[in-house]
Design a protein around this ligand. Structure first.
Ligand SMILES: Nc1ncnc2c1ncn2[C@@H]1O[C@H](COP(=O)(O)OP(=O)(O)OP(=O)(O)O)[C@@H](O)[C@H]1O
Length: 198
């Protein structure tokens, strides 16, 4: 990875179930940068995020990145029996957070207005609250690269604004984001990656 680089795809081809979903895709995201992945249903947005996270092997091509990476997907799960703060603490340590774990989790929960629910089991959260907790998990992980698959789904407008603010702060601190989304998201100077066109 180049010194200023966070993530780079080089000539990546994605095949799923014997179907080529996209081919020869190249892009690079620098630290402080953002990429917005768009495209119709089935175009391969989630597949791209999974390849970027190392969960799916590219059929061809290479992916370079600066570790660690923090990921949320549509099916991101927190242990439903654990209280929210402990569920996030577990993930923060798995994601190799180098900040004080409890402080990072508390800060992230506060940012998403979940401090009052820190000791409530995850299973009792509403859909939007659970989504906010998953996003807080990414923030608490303190990873340089965030990979977000449909992060705005289920968020109310206040939480969406919080997400935009935290992404801006993350980029200002030298972090990078790759976001697949159908929903409008204010992401200044983001490069656009259009799948399923042409
Ligand atoms: N596990 C799998 N096995 C085989 N094919 C798969 C698998 N997962 C996804 N696909 C196929 O890969 C293609 C891309 O799927 P993907 O979920 O990446 O698209 P997407 O752009 O995120 O779609 P959406 O907007 O509906 O979320 C689709 O045709 C899908 O059917």
């Amino acid at each position: 990875m180049t010194p200023g680089g966070a993530l780079a795809f080089r000539d990546v081809t994605c095949v799923r179930g014997r179907r080529t979903v996209f081919s020869d895709l190249s892009f690079a995201v620098e630290r402080g940068g953002a990429a917005l992945v768009r495209g119709p249903n089935g175009a391969g947005k989630s597949s791209l995020i999974r390849i970027a996270a190392g969960l799916l092997e590219p059929f061809e091509g290479t992916v370079a990145y600066t570790p660690p990476r923090a990921l949320i997907t549509e099916d991101s799960a927190l242990d439903s029996e654990l209280p929210v703060a402990r569920a996030l603490g577990f993930w923060a340590s798995l994601d190799d957070s180098d900040r004080d774990r409890h402080r990072a989790v508390a800060d992230a929960l506060a940012a998403f207005g979940l401090s009052d629910l820190a000791h409530v089991p995850v299973r009792l959260l509403s859909t939007g609250q659970r989504r906010r907790a998953c996003l807080a998990r990414v923030v608490a992980a303190d990873a340089p690269t965030w990979l977000l698959d449909e992060p705005a789904n289920g968020l109310d407008s206040a939480s969406l604004a919080t997400l935009e603010t935290l992404i801006a702060r993350h980029r200002k601190a030298g972090g990078a984001v790759v976001i697949a989304t159908h929903l409008p998201l204010d992401l200044p100077r983001a490069q656009q990656i259009a799948l399923g066109e042409g």
